[in-house]
Ligand binder design. Structure first.
Ligand code: ATP
Length: 426
């Protein structure tokens, strides 16, 4: 893990938040390569689960929602962490993470009595600081979906089953620190509420388990490092009848990457009751009115990114490689002139770079020798390097070096776009 953290900082993936002011614990900033990687993950998710599915609609709800929503959804009373504090070193712990320990794992001190804590960030709307202007930063994206349920029905008239999905920032006042970006105060969720008839929930729950896992595997993550873990009855969220976590074998143990929850009709029913709006659904055949039930796959963008980094990291004899799947690699291709001090080579290489750059994300490097440039590109996971050499000037061909096999092949420069487009089709 330390090696990943240091590579991420050195090569511009992830920096600690507010670093020059001593840092702000549990916050992270994404550098040029980190933002590309995260965007590629998010676009692949959006394409797979929203754009390519006729039965799932996209949404981008607000971060600030009426505080009444968090009361109706049960968050202000039921979204609770139970904490204890060590009387000696004052470190705080979530009781559910202590695995039965009765003394502080850091210093052996005694704990205070457990206290309940709502991990939602509060803020105030308007210029006057009074309770009536209290609002929360959303701790999950799901609620905007439930409160827009009727809008989507009215605009698109879908039949069951159908889903509404959205991605965006969520905020939680987490007190457990550490493990890099695994747990942060702000993070991005990618969530779907999949509305179904009650009697079908088990079928869709199983179907979503496969879809979730297959998606992560399609991003290059090894299946052998994943497992499903059902929640025990005492662990279930206030809204859920059944939840299973997809866990990854992190260096700090098997931990949750995504959650899949059967939320029953809890949310639609509660919002209908509290708001007075009619959030029921009319079955076309039976003409019966009812609240659809819901299966909710909930993905975290940062945990996806961390899993991808850990799974792709390899140390070989003479190099470090991030063997990202090409479709999510920050740069697909790097272009080099063999020698930086030969203007003809540089001019030719720049032309090839500019042309490829119209179609792919491409890196340019003319520093040091070729060996060093390959090393640097391997370390950031660039799948292919194109070198322009003296032969190029004679016959318009270049070498393409493959990150994983390290083999070099010769290609016509004018066929490069087609060549890479073919490689990037999955
Ligand atoms: P945990 O038990 O680890 O606190 P959770 O069960 O509260 O997680 P969910 O409410 O199921 O998490 O959130 C859905 C997904 O959002 C998680 O699977 C994870 O990918 C992501 N997520 C939740 N909290 C955080 C966080 N603090 N930092 C980064 N990602 C998070």
């Amino acid at each position: 893990m330390d090696k990943i953290v240091s590579l991420c900082k050195r090569r511009g993936f992830i920096y600690s938040g507010s670093e020059i002011y001593g840092g702000l614990a549990n916050t992270w900033d994404y550098g040029p390569l980190g933002v590309e990687l995260k965007n590629n993950i998010k676009s692949d998710w959006w394409e797979t689960f929203i754009q390519k599915r006729e039965d799932i609609y996209g949404l981008d709800g607000g971060i600030l929602l009426s505080p009444k929503i968090w009361e109706a959804s049960g968050h202000t009373s039921g979204f609770i962490d139970v904490l204890v504090e060590c009387r000696s070193c004052h470190r705080r712990f979530r009781v559910d993470f202590l695995e039965g320990a009765t003394k502080c794992p850091d210093c052996g001190g005694h704990f205070t009595k457990p206290k309940k804590f709502v991990p939602m960030f509060k803020t105030l709307i308007g210029p006057v600081e009074k309770d009536a202007s209290l609002a929360y930063l959303r701790p999950e994206t799901a609620q905007a979906i439930f409160v827009n349920f009727k809008n989507i029905i009215n605009s698109f008239h879908p039949q069951l089953p159908f889903g509404i999905g959205q991605m965006g920032k969520a905020f939680r006042n987490e007190i457990t620190l550490g493990n890099f970006i695994f747990r942060s105060l702000e993070f991005e969720q990618m969530e779907i509420e999949y509305f179904i008839k009650k009697e079908n929930w088990k079928k869709y729950f199983e179907e979503w388990k496969k879809l979730i896992e297959n998606w992560l595997v399609s991003l290059g993550v090894k299946k052998k490092n994943l497992r499903w873990r059902p929640h025990g009855k005492d662990e279930l969220s206030h809204y859920s009848e059944r939840t299973e976590d997809l866990e990854y074998k992190f260096p700090f143990g098997f931990k949750e990457v995504y959650g899949l929850a059967y939320r029953t009709d809890f949310d639609l029913r509660k919002h209908a009751e509290e708001s007075g709006a009619d959030l029921s659904f009319i079955d076309l055949e039976t003409k019966k009115k009812f609240y659809p039930h819901v299966v909710e796959p909930s993905f975290g963008a940062e945990r996806t990114l961390l899993v991808i980094l850990l799974d792709a990291y390899k140390e070989e004899k003479e190099r470090v490689v991030l063997s990202f799947s090409p479709k999510i690699a920050p740069y697909k291709i790097a272009v080099f002139p063999l020698l930086a001090n030969k203007p003809k080579l540089v001019k030719k290489a720049k032309k090839i770079f500019e042309n490829l750059n119209k179609y792919f994300t491409v890196a340019w490097d003319d520093r040091g020798n070729i060996g060093k440039r390959y090393y640097a590109q391997d370390e950031i996971g660039t799948p292919w390097c194109v070198t322009v050499d003296f032969e190029t000037l004679k016959n318009e061909t270049v070498t393409v070096r493959d990150r994983d096999t390290m083999k070099q092949t010769r290609h016509k420069a004018k066929e490069l776009v087609k060549h890479f487009q073919k490689k990037l089709k999955f």
